[in-house]
Design a protein around this ligand. Structure first.
Ligand code: GDP
Length: 769
């Protein structure tokens, strides 16, 4: 018959799951009272079970939101902590222990927390009620407790005793009501006592006449009145100490019997004192229960219409939002997963289309061209004799050997592995890009899964691909033949390659010049070259010391020149190779203080001065400590780099001229054009590698990836995983949540509408009667 309370408790539980909107609050009974006033005993008497943690040391530190659910058809009695998901707990001592743990988890330094513990108790022996147990008011704080504890408790209680809640103010009969914290707090928010019920505990501790006068409430009147209770078994025949029940005291049945005995004791107590049967006096736990149910039902009815309009408003808002943001489009987590998988595959397909043979060829070619450049630099451009190459005879063993060495270095450098690895790296880099964009960017776990299995597929194909490539380039390790066209292409390619290299060198040199300034760079270069000469000199002197016999300065100087760096050598040979006209222009440049040649001029000057100085050193028999200028090591590094770049530029220009000359037009002269020859080989290697990588690696990867997406991402996902996957995407989470909210509000609204109709019927009948 308490249908309203029951239905509204259901509504309340649904609403609690969607939000804690103030407007949607349904009335609950809030239990307040001083510590040791008997609060817990009263609650347990109502529930019919001992389940609250006991102890002197502040055992209630968090509000306990207790929902009692009357289950008349079931013999089962159990509790549930919906926040913990522990399932049904039939053992009430276990509930007590859990509550104790949850409370003690709040550190003593904080003492109270306003985060409520939710507990539901299902039983045929409980009425439908929602009760909230709060920490008891305290008089004094102990040393470990914070000073502010009293205020904190008061504040917490104040929060809960607001409308529409019903206040259960628990006071002990043996304490003057004037001192009751509970009544004081209640009076502040409910001065007429319209929603406050006074519970006077420990009635057995006062004389019946005094007890009755408290209950008559003439001093501190409450509209709902006072109810006297006795919630403690008589000391003489304490149930827990009786041998028959102590052995099984943890069983809930025994507790219930304890509680039954308790109620009998209470009944006997009140019956034995005639004053308590007087009119206007309310006593007993049974009376209290009935009163609570009545008052709650009444207040639920009062709240019904405000709840209905609040829910209606919320629902309208949710519907509006749903229309505005999502155009009333319903989604499901499942459809989102399906769409996401499709779009992963779609993105992959797009990538696969854009990454074919030409792209692989570009990657492999770029790598091999770099290798060709490195080989040329290592074997040719740093060779002092390179300038004599065009004039060498065709059967010059030296150059023939060099050409064989360089082509072997290229073909035997492990093309299989490096080219395969290169493509694997490029593919993985692209996969990482895919993994970081929509939709995978919303799903970090899935994204790393995708990368993991992409990598696995590629790893699986790596060795076979590398081996196949290596096998197919094997013939080139012995001999490379080419057509005239291939040769011409090689020449063209090498020219453009060298031109690019030239440009890079120029750029690098310019940036050094810009960063240091021309003057500083010039000085630093001079310094570096001087140092080089000095060390050459030192070597020479050691040599001289070994062969002590008469050395003259002229010889010295010659040796110095012979031993200077390649730079000077190249300089000299370049000049000697160039025409008279360019010699003349060099000379004029020197005098007009101009860039490259200018540096050479400074060099010349440096030569002289350092030679002079060294002769001095030799004469005085002293070692050099003439470095007046001290250069920052970084500047020295840059100068060395500049010297290197300058030399490289020179040689590149020279080699470009050679490649463009008639000599390189025919492959007969390949040994004069190693750059072209190596490029031609590189192109052949590229062709072979790309063909096999395409077949063995790329095609396989493109085929397997979408299958793995199905296998590893979609199959064996359960409903919960699907939902949590979908909610990883904040946009979808919002959508789903709003949708869910709307659905729940609609469900609530349906229940409420039913209640409203029913309530109208009742009221209609009432008016007829
Ligand atoms: P709480 O701190 O307000 O929760 O109070 P408790 O329920 O733990 O009770 C404090 C003490 O008062 C305990 O020792 C109880 O046994 C005792 N007590 C509670 N109710 C009664 C009662 O009706 N009569 C007597 N004599 N003692 C009671």
């Amino acid at each position: 018959f308490m249908l309203l309370t029951r239905k509204l408790i259901e509504v309340r539980n649904i609403l609690m799951n969607i939000d804690h909107n103030e407007g949607l609050k349904l009335p609950s009974i809030v239990v307040i009272g001083s510590q040791s006033s008997g609060k817990s005993s009263v609650l347990e008497a109502i529930v019919g079970h001992e389940f609250l943690p006991k102890g002197s040391n502040m055992v209630t530190r968090r509000p306990i939101e207790l929902t009692l659910i009357h289950t008349p058809k079931s013999k089962e009695e159990y509790g549930e902590f919906p926040q913990l998901g522990l399932g049904k707990i039939h053992d009430f001592t276990q509930i007590q222990k859990t509550l104790r743990d949850l409370n003690l988890a709040v550190p003593e330094s904080e003492c109270v927390s306003n985060k409520p513990i939710e507990l539901r108790i299902f039983s045929a022996n409980v009425p439908d009620l929602t009760l909230i147990d709060l920490p008891g008011y305290i008089q004094v704080t102990n040393k470990k407790q914070p000073e502010t504890l009293k205020d904190k408790i008061t504040e917490l209680c104040q929060q809960y005793i607001k409308e529409p809640n019903i206040i259960l103010a628990v006071c002990a009969a043996d304490v003057d009501l004037a001192n009751s914290e509970a009544l004081k707090a209640g009076r502040k928010v409910d001065p007429l006592g319209l929603r406050t019920i006074g519970v006077i505990t420990k009635m057995d501790l006062v004389e019946p006449e005094i007890g009755a006068s408290i209950l008559r409430n003439s001093d501190y009147p409450l509209h709902l009145g006072y109810i006297g209770v006795v919630c403690k078994p008589p000391l003489t025949k304490s149930i827990t100490s009786s041998p028959s029940s102590s052995s099984s005291s943890s069983s809930s049945l025994t507790h219930f019997n304890d509680q039954k005995a308790l109620m009998r004791h209470e009944e006997d107590f009140f019956r034995s004192n005639y004053v308590y049967s007087q009119r206007g006096i309310q006593v007993g736990t049974g009376t209290l229960r009935r009163k609570l149910m009545e008052v709650l039902e009444e207040n639920m009815a009062k709240s019904l219409f405000s709840i209905v309009s609040a829910v209606q408003l919320e629902l309208e808002e949710a519907r509006y939002q749903f229309k505005v943001h999502y155009n009333d489009r319903r989604i499901t987590a499942e459809s989102y997963v399906a769409e996401t998988i499709d779009s992963i595959k779609h993105n992959f397909k797009n990538f696969a289309h854009s990454f074919g043979k030409p792209q692989v060829r570009h990657e492999v070619r770029t790598m091999l061209e770099q290798r060709v450049l490195d080989l040329c630099a290592e074997l040719y451009w740093t060779d002092n004799k390179i300038n004599y190459l065009p004039k060498a005879t065709i059967d010059d063993i030296y150059w023939q050997y060099k050409l064989d060495l360089s082509s072997a270095s290229l073909t035997k450098s492990g093309i299989g592995r490096t080219s395969t690895q290169l493509v694997v790296d490029v593919l993985m880099a692209n996969m990482e890009k895919l993994a970081s964009i929509d939709p995978l960017n919303n799903h970090p776990d899935t994204s790393s899964k995708v990368l993991k299995f992409s990598n696995e597929i590629l790893r699986n194909k790596f060795h076979t691909t590398a081996d196949q490539v290596e096998n197919c380039v094997k013939p080139y390790k012995y001999e490379v033949e080419c057509t005239e066209q291939e040769w011409t292409d090689g020449v063209k390619r090498s020219i453009s390659l060298l031109e690019k290299e030239l440009e890079n060198c120029e750029k690098a040199l310019r940036s050094i010049k810009n960063s240091l300034g021309k003057k500083k760079l010039r000085a630093a270069i001079k310094y570096v070259l001087d140092l080089e000469k000095e060390s050459a000199k030192r070597r020479e002197m050691t040599y001289k010391n070994i062969n002590t016999i008469n050395t003259n300065n002229v010889n010295e100087n010659e040796n110095v020149i012979n031993n200077t760096s390649n730079t000077t050598n190249n300089n000299t040979s370049n000049t000697s190779n160039s025409s008279n006209a360019s010699n003349a222009s060099n000379a004029s440049n020197t005098s007009s203080n101009n860039t490259t040649t200018n540096t050479a001029a400074t060099l010349g000057h440096g030569d002289l001065s350092s030679t002079a100085m060294i002769s001095n050193v030799i004469e005085s028999g002293d070692y050099f400590d003439h470095r007046v200028i001290h250069f920052n090591p970084k500047v020295v590094e840059k100068a060395k780099e500049a010297i290197f770049l300058r030399d490289r530029l020179m040689i590149l220009k020279y080699r470009l001229a050679a490649l463009k000359s008639r000599q390189c037009k025919s492959q007969e002269n390949k040994q004069y054009c190693p750059e072209a020859f190596l490029n031609m080989i590189a192109e052949k290697l590229t062709y072979t590698a790309v063909m096999l990588i395409q077949v063995e690696l790329l095609n396989e990867f493109f085929f397997q990836f979408p299958r793995e997406v199905d296998n590893r991402l979609v199959y064996d996902l359960d409903r919960k995983q699907i939902l949590s996957f979908a909610k990883e995407n904040p946009r979808i989470r919002k959508h789903l949540e709003l949708q869910e909210r709307k659905r729940k509000l609609e469900e609530v609204m349906e229940k409420l509408n039913y209640l409203v109709r029913r309530q109208r019927d009742i009221e209609g009948h009432g008016s007829y009667l």
